[in-house]
Design a protein around this ligand. Structure first.
Ligand SMILES: Nc1ncnc2c1ncn2[C@@H]1O[C@H](COP(=O)(O)OP(=O)(O)OP(=O)(O)O)[C@@H](O)[C@H]1O
Ligand SMILES: [Mg+2]
Length: 296
């Protein structure tokens, strides 16, 4: 492993094992096809990062349909509607999840970000920024597909993590997602997690298939973060509304997610390319306001 002076690893050593915070890393976890394991990955990656000593905030960016809180059996105290009305602050609706992660739940029924009025958008993003600033990681669970909000969150995040499985539709849909993000939004760096596959060979084959097409037709970098096996314990946890990394840390899937978390933590973040959290929120606001202004 390469030793980089001034890096998180150096701080890790200086501070005796517990990492210290400098910038908030903003990573979106996304997919072309639905149901491939984004929410499972984002929550358990968050818990694994927390067990390494990092503070983690998960934003459920599916503004229309609640997801993370249901998966973890958490009861939202309020909704983003309350924040938008001004009757509650974001801190009031923040949930404490397993393993010490914090969660901003996505209340069902809030309009998509681009449908909110400018003042509402500003309030919402300012509130998220103020809270996210306190954390080492802001992990964003996006809805699937290539809808407008998905594109905003992905293109504003410094790092885009695509979750794929071995199915051809997952690969073609992810190719479509990367194509739109790179050609329309200028995103050039992607990471991939291969989820729900039988073994490392299947994971490597799926990653190779994707990168072969991507590298042939698009000018982007795709790096491999790791793979998570198909593990019956995942489904059991989903049914019990538990997080596998908190309840069964020695299961196959949890161990793989822990390895992915270590790889993420050891990586040099992409902040030099796309800026930190302030950049993320400024960009998000500019993008979501553009259509509105342009239509006057
Ligand atoms: N590694 C795995 N092993 C076994 N089952 C898995 C694994 N990963 C995900 N699953 C199954 O896939 C289901 C869907 O996962 P998840 O809800 O995380 O997908 P998603 O991509 O967030 O879906 P959506 O696009 O609807 O938001 C889970 O409920 C679980 O049953
Ligand atoms: Mg989901």
């Amino acid at each position: 492993m390469e030793y980089i002076p001034g890096s998180r690893m150096e701080k890790h050593i200086i501070s005796g094992g517990k990492p210290s915070r400098s910038v908030t890393r903003v990573m979106s976890v996304t997919s072309g096809k639905g149901g491939v394991g984004k929410t499972h990955t984002v929550t358990n990656l968050g818990i694994s990062l927390a067990s390494l000593g990092y503070s983690v905030l998960v934003l459920d960016a599916d503004l229309g349909l609640a997801n993370v809180d249901v998966l973890l059996n958490l009861k939202p105290k309020g909704t983003l509607h309350d924040v938008l009305k001004g009757s509650m602050g974001l801190d009031d609706i923040l949930l404490e999840g397993p393993g010490g992660i914090s969660i901003i739940p996505a209340a069902s029924g809030v309009e998509e970000l681009h449908e909110l009025r400018s003042a509402e958008k500003l309030l919402l993003l300012e509130e998220i920024e103020r809270v996210a600033h306190r954390y080492d990681y802001l992990l964003i669970d996006t809805p699937a597909g290539i809808g407008t909000d998905v594109m905003y969150f992905n293109s504003a995040a410094a790092e885009v993590v695509c979750v794929i499985n071995g199915e051809p539709t997952s690969l073609t849909d992810t190719y479509a997602l990367i194509k739109v993000l790179s050609t329309t939004y200028g995103e050039k760096n992607f990471s991939v997690v291969v989820n729900n596959v039988a073994d490392e060979t299947e994971a490597a084959a799926a990653f190779k298939k994707l990168t072969r097409t991507v590298e042939r037709f698009l000018k982007v970098n795709v790096r491999y973060l790791g793979w998570v096996p198909a593990d019956g314990t995942v489904r059991e946890c989903v049914m019990q509304q538990q997080a596998i990394s908190a309840e069964f840390p020695s299961s196959k899937a949890a161990l793989s997610l822990a390895a992915i978390a270590r790889k993420v933590a050891d990586q040099k973040p992409e902040v030099t390319v796309k800026g930190g959290m302030q950049f993320f929120f400024r960009q998000l606001l500019e993008m979501t306001s553009y259509g509105e202004e342009a239509s006057y």
